[in-house]
Design a protein. Structure first.
Length: 76
């Protein structure tokens, strides 16, 4: 296929220059490879600060277990 050969042709109707430009734009966009989706962001520092233990480590006042109910009311 040489550069003089058309890549596509209109079989019916007489499209305007704007309609052809829109068609070429759509075909160019659709012919690009899809971009890889970006990974989902993790929780923000503000959200992490509200979790028990501030990011994964349990504090002494919020330790799960059999005595967790006793320590839940202690000052942190």
């Amino acid at each position: 296929m040489s550069e003089a050969d058309p890549q596509f042709s209109v079989l019916r109707g007489t499209p305007t220059a704007e309609e052809l430009a829109a068609l070429v734009g759509v075909l160019c966009i659709r012919s690009r490879p899809a971009a890889a989706p970006s990974p989902a962001p993790g929780p923000s520092p503000w959200v992490r600060s509200a979790r028990p233990g501030h990011g994964g480590t349990w504090s002494a006042a919020a330790r799960p277990g059999t005595d967790g109910w006793r320590t839940s009311g202690l000052a942190r």
